[in-house]
Design a protein around this ligand. Structure first.
Ligand code: G1P
Length: 289
């Protein structure tokens, strides 16, 4: 019987090449989407899916992530003294309970598969989630909650997928399905960054996974794949030989914040959705058009 998904791995060590120079001194997943950092939305999504422990795989120079999830006595004290309870609540909203976050250094940028492997000792022997924080998802229920719920239904390993924009499939991991009935389908294969024209489908791996711990020994011996990196997709393809994988076409919209235009789209979309500032944001955006 599959156990509950309690922990999530967040690989955040990337250099953010496509969002430089913004990501030069600010870790790319700490860049703002409207009024809070990308990681604030990701943690909110994880919590909505029942995640209790977040494992960040960080690189050098990313101390701001740990600091963001720590208390800030100066800021909190000043807000308390001034009676600014609403801002104080916003500042504290993402703080974990003590012991609910771990930070692991990925000492060299060897690829997503290597980043996930760095979490093996903290995950141990239970199913776990992977959230790629570049991909911000607007969905109700939350995207990861949909994936965890699919895992509750069919067990095994689940990958969130969505149709790739025309001509873009070769930039992603692409899944091959056994057949397509509804949104949750058994997979037959997957390939990382297929050469244009060789994609087995147009459904790309969009950045939310539930995986079984048997992935770790496979990641350990996984050689380099696409782009000369140790690829999670290649180890998952190995695991698929002994365990079932399902692809879930999740219900929602994805914003790729690893890219300047994607980040802009996310800023506009989340500003418009903001519970108290959405209307003012709409007026401000309209006034520019
Ligand atoms: C990674 C994954 C790929 C997935 C993509 C989603 O690729 O390896 O399977 O489709 O994220 O953003 P990357 O964007 O790191 O090249």
């Amino acid at each position: 019987m599959d156990r509950r998904v309690r922990k999530a791995v967040l690989p955040v060590a990337g250099l953010g090449t496509r969002v430089l120079p913004g990501a030069k001194t600010t870790p790319k997943n700490m860049l703002n989407v409207f009024d809070r950092p990308i990681l604030s939305y990701i943690i909110e999504e994880g919590r909505a899916a029942g995640i209790e422990h977040f494992v960040f795989i960080v690189g050098r120079g990313q101390g701001a992530i740990e600091d963001y999830f720590d208390a800030s006595p100066e800021i909190e004290g000043a807000l308390e003294a001034k009676g600014k309870a609403d801002i104080l609540a916003e500042v504290r909203r993402d703080l974990p309970e003590p012991g609910q976050m771990s930070f692991v250094r990925q000492m060299a940028p060897l690829g997503l598969g290597h980043a996930v492997w760095c979490a093996r000792d903290i995950i141990g022997d239970e199913p776990f989630a992977v959230m790629l924080p570049d991909m911000l998802m607007a969905a109700a229920p939350a995207a990861l909650a949909q994936v965890v719920s699919a895992h509750g239904q069919v067990g095994g390993n689940i990958i969130a997928v969505e149709p790739a924009p025309e001509g873009q499939a070769h930039k992603y991991g692409i899944v091959d399905l056994e057949g397509q009935i509804g949104r949750l389908n058994r997979m037959r294969g997957m390939v990382e960054k297929p050469a244009p024209g060789t994609e087995p489908s147009n459904l790309f791996i969009s950045g939310r996974y539930v995986l079984q711990p048997e992935i770790f020994p496979l990641l350990e011996k996984q050689g380099k794949g696409a782009g000369g990196e140790i690829q999670l997709t290649d180890a998952m393809a190995e695991l698929m030989k002994i365990q079932p994988f399902h692809a879930l076409e999740y219900d929602g919209v994805t914003y790729d914040c690893g890219d300047k235009i994607g980040l802009l789209r996310a800023n506009v979309a989340f500003a418009l959705r903001h519970p108290s500032l959405g209307q003012m944001a709409r007026e401000a955006i309209d006034s520019l058009l």
